[in-house]
Design a protein around this ligand. Structure first.
Ligand code: AMP
Length: 238
């Protein structure tokens, strides 16, 4: 496992974890990442969220991202790597840890991530495992806030489309890329481009698979146990 340089950062950098969450669209990465990031007090970096905010704010990156996102395709690696590198440079000097959600999605992005985060690299990559038939049902019910981007799985008692976002009061609706055609394409892209990323991290002894089926609280507990185990191994390695 990649080790932290002892000279890097302060005490926080020594204890904060560097995590990556992989998984099919609809596996629950957004919900679980937010919880893990809160628990470990690390920044939650979601490339999908950053890109949706860029589209809402009508920035240049947003204008470019929109057509890829609407068709369920991945943005070019260099664009996404630059976004993540900027964000980590801004955060990791201070905190040391981070949780990446939705990145890396290609092997080229994974290679770039280990370069950007060298020498310590990442501590653990979690493959949140939910089979295709289950994610299809979840994606159909998912609603997001059009203003703040908060994500509400309908099955977990989230708002219906006519409801307002409990956080900011704006309207909630299905995500623009949660249509049948785009969902099918995103799942294909996952199998062809992102599943090999899990294998790539497994070869580097960084991957653990966690069952993402069940009550969200149970899944969170599973994830926390997995990360804590890895942290203990890291501490005994030192
Ligand atoms: P997500 O919210 O993670 O499902 O991402 C939504 C969409 O944003 C994806 O379908 C892609 O079009 C784009 N996207 C997000 N992350 C990446 C990434 N790491 N590489 C390329 N495209 C991405």
């Amino acid at each position: 496992m990649a080790r932290k340089s002892d000279t890097e950062g302060g005490d926080d950098a020594g204890t904060a974890v560097r995590l990556v969450l992989l998984g099919r669209p609809g596996a629950g990465k957004g919900t679980q990442s937010a919880r893990l990031a809160r628990h470990f007090e690390i920044p939650h970096v979601s490339t999908g969220e950053i890109l949706r905010a860029a589209v809402r704010d009508e920035t240049d990156v947003g204008a470019r991202a929109r057509r890829y996102m609407e068709s369920g395709e991945l943005l070019p690696d260099d664009v996404v790597v630059a976004i993540v590198a900027d964000r980590l440079a801004a955060d990791s000097d201070v905190i040391g840890g981070f949780l990446l959600d939705g990145f890396p999605r290609t092997v080229a992005q994974a290679e770039a991530l280990l370069e950007v985060t060298a020498p310590r690299g990442v501590d653990l990559v979690i493959d949140l495992d939910v089979p295709t038939d289950v994610v299809l049902g979840r994606l159909a019910g998912r609603r997001v806030c059009e203003r703040c981007g908060a994500d509400f799985p309908q099955s977990a008692g989230g708002p219906t489309p006519s409801d307002r976002c409990p956080r900011c009061g704006a309207e909630v609706a299905a995500r623009g890329d949660d249509t049948d055609v785009t969902i099918a394409r995103r799942l294909d892209v996952y199998e062809s481009q992102t599943a090999p990323v899990a294998a790539w991290f497994a070869e580097r002894d960084l991957l653990v698979k966690v069952d993402g089926i069940g009550d969200p609280d149970e899944v969170t507990a599973r994830l926390l146990r997995t990360v804590e185990r890895r942290r203990q191994e890291r501490d005994t390695d030192r």
